[in-house]
Design a protein around this ligand. Structure first.
Ligand code: ATP
Ligand code: MG
Ligand code: MG
Length: 551
């Protein structure tokens, strides 16, 4: 027997399959509204819906839940399609749209009117709110609730024909204004919106509500398990009411799971859109954004994101996941799979006084210390080198494993050098080190020889100019939305981006394609950014080598 899944949705499906429900078919859907880019929370839903279909030999649809035309756009549709594919999933058949079903949904609304289960209400929004009551107080019937079927049909027809202004009236279900569940107090299922729709153009000026559209679209597509987040738990009775009261072809069931919240960031499309619109970030794909496209540009791989979604699991209890978990998923992936390279981010000039002028040597270094199959790389060595400013102190602190005046250090994969002289400018800043190298130390220490530590370096005369963008968390507070008197914008990390414009990388990094990942030795994991040009490579820091936020 296979071990029982810890994913409660999978447990439900396994029970359903045992009873041969839906003839043993599993059909899910991922239903984004195209009103923004996908974020890491959506990745959880994508992995769950597509992953479930894969696991049980079923199918998963991609359906755009496009019932709010004013907020939606083709740009968002395109980005969502790109992101789902990039994550490694493929949907069944064509991309689907709720708007494909507008005619059928309209016909079903007419059906409900004819059955006396829906009516056109002329209460305005404020009145409707007042009539709806509250958690502690039953609602009251609208004075328009008992209109005749003919009157309702004629008003609904006028709504559809565009003869009425927005807000004049709406179509409501006739369920129960005293229900303890407010979602059942005659919910609105159609509103007038004189809006152009990205798919249906000007065909419609009435649009169905989420609740009216969602379950019926599920039924039309033969969805068996309609998985959504916990906010919709209270909508489930309405979902089921509609399925029971309409002549739908199949009976889908709704199941809810806890949405993903991640600390040090936000997972609300509305707030992410605000960051973009107000230019707090460069765009939706800014490497600091928790969007799929932002994570992609940051250097995350689809495998790491899927691994993260696997690690966090699927439950019904809301909580917040530590950003360190996401970071550890990408670190594990890149540790195993990213080739190593040397890059000096804040260069300090080193001249080897006893190394022949104009001479150049090439050293072969492994691309990966633990994986020979990744092959070797060639790094150039010469008289003029660059090392990290941080790797030199005039007077060595205790246990210093780097270079100091009069001391020696190994250059990774090359020779041991000794600092003979420190050159300073008029302001007293160190601008150059005159060093000697020991030809007997090439690649390895001779017997009995002990160098103090190993640092990275590049050949100043044959290295690749690059800009290194050091990205960090977007917010300084674990929960930037916690303080009700402040905006999440008040907690933005002013150091979420530090640009080092004069970095130099080893020769092999020239002209590498965007999204190529590296470990820059001793510095962290970096990725080629699409802003790279022939003159200057641009690298984004994906994540540091170790978790620097851990307390
Ligand atoms: P937002 O609040 O960010 O706008 P949404 O739920 O309105 O999110 P949709 O486009 O409707 O966004 O989401 C598509 C699917 O992704 C839905 O089934 C939704 O439940 C799921 N989803 C959205 N955010 C999360 C999240 N943080 N964790 C898990 N699933 C999510
Ligand atoms: Mg939604
Ligand atoms: Mg939303």
């Amino acid at each position: 027997d296979a071990p029982k899944s810890t994913n409660f949705i999978h447990q439900i499906i396994e029970q359903d399959l045992q009873q041969n429900l839906n003839d043993g078919k599993v059909v899910t859907r991922f239903p984004p509204e195209p009103n923004g880019y996908l974020h890491i929370g959506h990745a959880k839903s994508i992995c769950l819906n597509f992953g479930t279909a894969l696991k049980y030999g079923g199918e998963c649809n991609l359906r755009f839940d496009d019932t709010n035309p004013e907020k939606e756009s083709q740009e968002y549709i395109d980005s969502i399609i790109r992101d789902v594919r990039w994550l490694g999933f493929e949907w069944a058949g064509e991309v689907k749209y709720t708007s494909d079903y507008f005619q059928q949904l309209y016909d079903w609304a007419v059906h409900l009117i004819k059955e006396g289960k829906a009516y056109v209400d002329h209460l305005n929004a404020a009145e409707m709110r007042e009539y709806r009551g509250s958690l502690t107080e039953a609602g009251r019937n609208s004075p328009y609730r008992d209109r005749s079927v003919d009157e309702n049909l004629s008003f609904f027809e006028q709504m559809k024909k565009g003869e009425l202004e927005e807000g004049t009236c709406s179509l409501r279900l006739k369920i129960d204004m005293a229900s303890p569940n407010i979602n059942l107090r005659d919910p609105v299922i159609y509103r007038i919106r004189h809006a152009h729709h990205h798919q249906t153009g000007n065909d419609w000026c009435i649009y169905p509500s989420y609740d009216f559209a969602h379950g019926q679209s599920d039924a039309l597509e033969g969805i068996t398990h309609s998985i959504c987040t916990l906010e919709f738990e209270d909508h489930r009775p309405l979902y089921d009411w509609l399925i029971e009261n309409l002549p739908v072809p199949v009976v889908p069931r709704q199941y809810e799971f806890a949405r993903l919240n991640l600390n040090y960031t936000i997972t609300s499309k509305r707030k992410l859109k605000q960051l973009v619109d107000e230019k707090h970030v460069t765009n939706w794909d800014d490497p600091r954004m928790p969007t799929i496209s932002g994570l992609r540009r940051r250097g995350y791989t689809p495998a790491a994101i899927r691994q993260f979604c696997d690690m966090i699991g699927v439950t019904r209890s809301n909580g917040t996941v530590d950003m360190a978990m996401l970071e550890s998923a990408i670190r594990d992936d890149l540790d195993a799979n990213a080739p190593r390279a040397m890059c000096v981010t804040r260069p300090l000039k080193v001249t080897l006084v006893n190394y022949e002028e104009g001479k150049e040597e090439w050293f072969e270094l492994p691309a990966h210390p633990k994986d020979e199959s990744m092959g070797a790389r060639s790094v150039s060595f010469g008289r003029n080198l660059l090392i990290e400013q941080e790797d030199f102190e005039e007077v060595a602190p205790r246990k210093w494993k780097r270079l100091a005046a009069g001391e020696a250090v190994r250059l990774r994969g090359a020779y041991v050098i000794r600092c003979e002289e420190v050159i300073k400018n008029a302001e007293g800043e160190i601008i150059e080190l005159k060093c000697s190298y020991d030809p007997a130390t090439k690649g390895a220490n001779p017997e009995g020889y002990k160098a103090n530590g190993v640092i990275h370096w590049v050949n100043a005369d044959r290295s690749v100019p690059c800009e290194v963008r050091l990205y960090d968390r977007l917010f300084t507070e674990a929960n930037p939305e916690a303080d009700k008197d402040k905006s999440f914008l008040d907690f933005m990390n002013p150091e979420s981006l530090v640009v080092l414009a004069d970095a130099r990388a080893e020769p092999g990094l020239k002209d590498q394609a965007a999204e190529t990942n590296y470990q820059f030795e001793r510095l962290g994991y970096f990725v080629v950014d699409p802003d790279s040009t022939e003159e200057k490579m641009v690298f984004n820091r994906t994540v540091t080598l170790r978790d620097s936020w851990a307390k």
